[in-house]
Ligand binder design. Structure first.
Ligand code: AMP
Length: 304
């Protein structure tokens, strides 16, 4: 496998000031795999759902070439559920509930054929489980991880242990501050670079993303979208595009990491245009490329 994805698979209830959807398919692993599938057809997914999870979403993943040998479907089980509410500026979100359900007893078992995956993308799950995944894989070239306030608050020490084994940490601004216990974002990024990862990416919602490697900082804007419907999953979609591009190109140079940030940002910018996975499951390669080049225009300036 070029890319192993482990993360949550969910039924999300999302409320924005303008609209609401109930129990729409989501979760970190779903967003990451769909997004990465635009770059590679060699993706192995490991996750858990109950038998209440919609079959058409499972077929959708299969049709994108995502290998589901690592997907556990628990008979009579209830899929993980999460509900979030966005406020007027859409950059702030409140968690209404988190129901772990089948996720509470999830033990990720990595199928033999996934164990030599070149890139491992650990979506937002319990850091103990993220470590259990790393214990099973053989020397991946790159380990990318994400996390969330839920785990930072409950499993901080375990998260610090996981970070020692991660190459790239992708988090949002609030999470970076919470992990580093530091309000200034740049200082927080530098502190995280001392905790294990060689690379940290801090996502700032509609204000873009910052890539930090040693003392190098690359700042990418977010694509200006006038009609943001639902920011849920934008972070995971970013991670999927980033990981997918690296899986396709197998080039981890700084120059290519910058491109990966832009591909991640490009697909994430589509994600927010509709609820859940609705927009990202219907993209064409042309749309992605056009947006990638729109980022180039957006940041171009002349010196004289
Ligand atoms: P994002 O908007 O990129 O931060 O990710 C939102 C996704 O994270 C939603 O689809 C949720 O189902 C999922 N999620 C929310 N809380 C958790 C949690 N505690 N563990 C794992 N996944 C979660």
């Amino acid at each position: 496998m070029e890319l192993l994805v482990v993360g949550s698979i969910a039924l999300d209830t999302i409320e924005t000031p303008f609209s609401r959807v109930d129990e729409t398919p989501g979760g970190s692993a779903l967003y990451i795999s769909i997004s990465a599938s635009y770059f590679t057809r060699s993706i192995g997914l490991v996750g858990v759902v109950g038998d209440d999870f919609p079959e058409d979403v499972i077929s959708e993943l299969q049709s994108r070439g995502v290998n589901l040998k690592g997907l556990q479907i628990i008979p009579n089980g209830k899929t993980f559920r999460w509900a979030g509410k966005y406020h007027y500026d859409m950059n702030t979100r409140e968690t209404i509930y988190t129901q772990l359900n089948v996720f509470a007893d999830f033990n990720p078992v990595i199928p033999d054929e996934f164990k030599s995956s070149e890139i491992v993308c650990l979506g937002n799950i319990d850091p103990v489980l993220q470590m259990r995944v790393l214990d099973q894989v053989y020397n991946p070239k790159l380990v990318i991880a994400d996390t969330m306030n839920f785990w930072i608050e409950r499993k901080y020490d375990e998260l610090l242990e996981t970070l020692k084994r991660v190459n790239v940490l992708i988090v949002n601004d609030a999470e970076a501050r919470q992990i580093a216990r530091e309000p200034n974002l740049i200082k927080a990024g530098k502190k995280i670079l001392n905790l294990g990862p060689e690379i940290v990416i801090i996502k700032k919602g509609e204000h873009g993303a910052v890539l930090m490697i040693d003392s190098i900082i690359f700042s990418a804007p977010a694509y200006p979208i006038e009609a943001i419907q639902d920011p849920t999953g934008a972070g995971d979609t970013f991670a999927g595009g980033f990981a997918g591009w690296l899986a396709k190109t197998k080039d981890f140079s700084e120059k290519n990491l910058r491109r990966a940030v832009i591909y991640g940002s490009a697909i994430a910018s589509f994600c927010v245009e509709d609820f859940g996975i609705n927009r990202i499951k219907n993209l064409s390669w042309n749309e992605i490329q056009n947006r990638f080049f729109a980022f180039k225009e957006l940041t171009k300036f002349e010196v004289d």
